[in-house]
Design a protein around this ligand. Sequence first.
Ligand SMILES: [Zn+2]
Length: 437
Amino acid sequence: MKKIQFDSALVGTEWHDDVVLSIEQGRIVAIDDSDSMPVDERVPAVALPGMVNVHSHAFQRAFAGLSEFHTAERDSFWTWRSLMFDFLLRFTPGEIYEVAKQLYVEMLNAGYTWVGEFHYVHNDRDGRPYPRMSELADAIRRAAADAGIGLCLLPTLYQRGGFKNEGLTAGQKRFAMDAESFVELVGRCREYIGQQNDYQVGVAIHSLRAVAAEVGNDVLAVLKTGKSFPIHMHVAEQLAEVKACQEVEGKRSVEFLFERYAVDENWCLIHATHLNDWELQAIAKSQAVVGLCPTTEANLGDGIFRMPEFCEAGGRFAIGGDSHMGVDLREELRLIEYAQRLSRRERVVLGPRSQSSGRFLYEQAARGGAAALGIGAGVISVGERADLTLIDQNSSAIDGAQHDRLLDRLVFCNPGGNPIAGTMVGGKLRMKGLEGG
Ligand SMILES: [Zn+2]
């Protein structure tokens, strides 16, 4: 057991100063005041619940910034996507490993403790399966282990080009996998649970358009174990997708999702940008987590999630880097609130009146993220994982602020520099050089 003292920590929902966390086998086993307690280590930082990056396509990190030019009369998500598919055709397993590892180190430096890797690139460049079907999933898994970030690997099923069972284009051939092979792939990924530290496996259905609902349901039924696991899906990111779903299935995307799948608290719906009232209430009621990816959604011109209504309805949310235009939890959180301020011409829109905006956004995203990856974390509490995001109180962004004001400055104040002092993942401390120390 190791006793580590922090300047301050958000324990449960309360701030504790000079607090000592006792950590054993990656979990918090006791929380005490520092008085008269000998400690093994003193860390000059403020401990926050570890922030989860709930939605990542690691290879897209290499593509960030390479599509900011005109390719059509009206550029969109769809024109971006065809450039991205072309770009992906070049990657070898070694390159995917290198990009993912660098990205995961960047995530740790940015304060993220876990990543949900929505992994849909399975095949070789010519579209044929690798001799070892888990070649690329293994590359992702090793990259996370070597970087030291927690990984929830989400092998992703992707089978068709649209709601009318259109075939896959040349750019999508690396994603194709039949249901049987997919079940086998998930099984292989699951073999490392318990062997690799800080590792978890969920399942992703790419989207309603890329997988027929009957196939998705069959696969989920076959993969069922005694224990629940995270289920992730992209949904309602683009209006064109909602419209196509309406045309073919006679229902909007999220309506159709709830009609055909048993969505519950194990689900994480990525984006969910375009919702009517019924859909918004259905998601909130199911307690599925909405995985918001604000910098990517802004970059791709997706639209603005109905966050005030969703929070009002008791919905849960998390943040994801998605295409990795930003690897910055502060930017993701800030943009959630700023999108509302800009569109409503109002300030401090989200959260209850009793809480500041930064506190609300950080605390809820940390909880939602841990829930969406099925890990016991997201709050600093006895029995939970020792996953922490550590803040340098002397950095220029924080400038000595404490408690809720620290969170507000963390989220909203960006004078340059990085106030993230380090992270702890499963009890393993990883400090960076302190900006203010
Ligand atoms: Zn995505």
